[in-house]
Design a protein around this ligand. Structure first.
Ligand code: UDP
Length: 240
């Protein structure tokens, strides 16, 4: 299956290399597009918020970031190829940009964090072009938008948190004509060294969420969405 519908949202059944390929095409076509790395929380929010659901439906690619979506797809009898997380996707794009010379623009995280992330990324990928870096705690984004119009990035990474980043891209960045924008959640914190990603074995075992819960117990209430999500998926399977 090319797309796997989960509770009304279509997830693209693509592996990491295929998503990168789609993004390469989108940059070439220069048609402004949003890429969403979805998790159960996003799907649950879309169920309650029609305008957010429309935002997800308008996205060019929706990847399955989060083991919950992989499990849901299995439960529905329409398995997904693999998890494509925001961090893995952008790391691959940074690598790709070494030869393709993509112009990146970073928006998000607390003041100083995106700059630190950019510094570390430049160290790892010396050829990379990061043409603008802004923090994500702005009241008025008009200066950011005019800078984006001026710098004309190929790929904008929005790290404003789930929901906020996708809506902002749709309302403000797509009209500014940026070819590809990706919502990347807490990725700048990780690249800046402020937050740690779970060890590889935990990622592979599908328990990265447990690590995040341990590091940030305040996420507990957000994580309660996961059992609600799986219950809704099972229910939807019986209804079908
Ligand atoms: N953030 C931001 N502006 C805001 C709210 C949040 O830039 O108004 C940033 C925050 O500093 C963090 C990221 O958005 O770097 C959200 O990280 P989280 O891991 O919570 O991502 P989520 O799981 O919500 O996608």
């Amino acid at each position: 299956m090319i797309k796997v519908p989960i509770l009304g949202i279509e997830i693209d059944n693509l592996n990491l290399a295929e998503v990168v390929g789609r993004i390469n095409d989108l940059v070439q076509q220069r048609r402004p597009s949003l890429i969403v790395t979805a998790n159960p929380e996003i799907i649950m929010r879309a169920r309650q918020d029609r305008s957010f659901a429309n935002c997800l439906k308008a996205a060019e690619v929706v990847t399955a970031d989060g083991i919950g979506l992989i499990i849901a797809a299995e439960l529905l009898g329409t398995p997904l190829k693999e998890r494509v997380t925001g961090i893995d996707l952008i790391t691959e794009l940074f690598r790709e940009s070494q030869s393709k010379n993509y112009r990146f623009y970073f928006v998000g995280a607390k003041p100083g964090i995106a700059e630190k992330a950019a510094l570390n990324i430049r160290e790892k990928f010396p050829q990379i072009e990061i043409v603008g870096v802004r923090h994500g705690y702005f009241q008025d984004d008009s200066a950011i938008i005019s800078d984006i119009l001026d710098k004309k990035p190929d790929i904008l990474l929005a790290a404003l948190g789930m929901g906020k980043q996708e809506s902002w891209v749709r309302e403000r960045v797509i009209p500014a004509g940026v070819p590809v924008s990706i919502g990347v959640g807490g990725s700048f914190d990780v690249f800046a060294g402020e937050a740690k990603r779970a060890p590889r074995w935990m990622q592979r075992a599908g328990v990265e969420w447990l690590y995040r819960l341990f590091k940030q117990p305040s996420r507990f209430w957000r994580m309660l969405e996961l059992p609600k999500f799986l219950t809704a998926v099972i229910y939807s399977r019986f209804i079908r």
